[in-house]
Design a protein around this ligand. Structure first.
Ligand code: NAD
Length: 243
């Protein structure tokens, strides 16, 4: 039996990177997947018989309400996020507000929209994208990013605690560096792609970056009934960075 057979899953930021890999992995495990993103063109390249795409802006409660009404998810994977590069002195109020809006508050919105239906149907699994750069580790030049991803862990534990007796599980995944389209953009933005790539690889004791599929495998596990006894946890998946 496929691990997600009979489940409906809503994924944000599913057009590329980890969200895309997770949408495909969940569909391969038998779920009916609603892959959402703001980027309609990139979404259109997703081709799987069990994937339906929908344009959803994680910054908009209205857009999320529409997406949730359509998807009626048993599984919610909150993956949308943006990396601000810089220390506390290099971040503006706008940087802070945008990071918290997309990286943290978007999950508050999607959970508020999806949870009532999950409770009505008797259960649900929520997986939130955090990062090793969070309360798990201080990372140079990840001030507002790390703060927003630490808040994701707080949100995760709060939801887990409030609904633990009602069939709802809520966990966070905390990756080290993952090879995704936006990572390549960040490396190019440093002005020395090769040096930046080497530095990112060097901080992973395994000597390589993660592939999005490796993170997707953890997301599938946490979304599945294999993880029925797992809630409120922040899972590091980081090639040994946090050893
Ligand atoms: P990515 O950054 O390459 O892609 C992000 C996707 O988010 C894009 O498809 C984009 O269109 C979408 N998006 C942007 N704004 C949106 C909005 N308002 N609503 C809906 N979608 C929106 O993908 P990635 O690097 O795999 O990152 C995905 C998540 O994983 C992020 O939350 C990121 O912080 C987290 N993460 C990434 C890494 C890494 O090294 N790549 C490490 C740890 C955590």
């Amino acid at each position: 039996k496929q691990r997600l057979e009979g489940k409906r899953a809503l994924v944000t930021a599913a057009a590329q990177g980890i969200g895309r890999a997770a949408a495909l992995a969940m569909a391969d495990e038998g779920a009916q997947v609603f892959a959402s993103d703001v980027n309609a063109d990139a979404l259109a390249t997703l081709d799987h018989p069990r994937i339906e795409t929908l344009v959803l802006d994680a910054l908009s409660a209205g857009s999320i309400a529409d997406g949730v009404a359509k998807a009626q998810p048993d599984i919610l994977f909150n993956c949308a996020g943006f990396v601000h590069n810089g220390s506390v002195l290099e971040a503006t109020e706008e940087d802070w507000d945008f990071a918290f809006d997309l990286n943290t508050k978007a999950m508050f919105r999607t959970i508020r929209a999806a949870l009532p239906g999950m409770l009505e149907r008797g259960g649900g699994a929520i997986v939130n994208m955090s990062s090793l750069a969070s309360s798990l580790k201080g990372v140079p030049n990840r001030c507002v990013y790390g703060a927003s991803k630490a808040a994701v862990i707080g949100l995760t534990k709060s939801v887990a605690a409030d609904y633990v007796t009602q069939g709802i599980r809520c966990n966070a995944v905390c990756p080290g560096t993952v090879e995704s389209p936006s990572l390549h953009e960040r490396l190019r933005a440093t002005g020395d792609y090769e040096a930046a790539m080497q530095a990112f690889v060097a901080r992973q004791p395994m000597g390589r970056l993660a592939q999005p599929q490796e993170i997707a495998a953890l997301v599938v596990y946490l979304a599945s009934d294999d993880a029925a006894f797992v809630t409120g946890q922040a899972y590091a998946i980081d090639g040994g960075w946090s050893i």
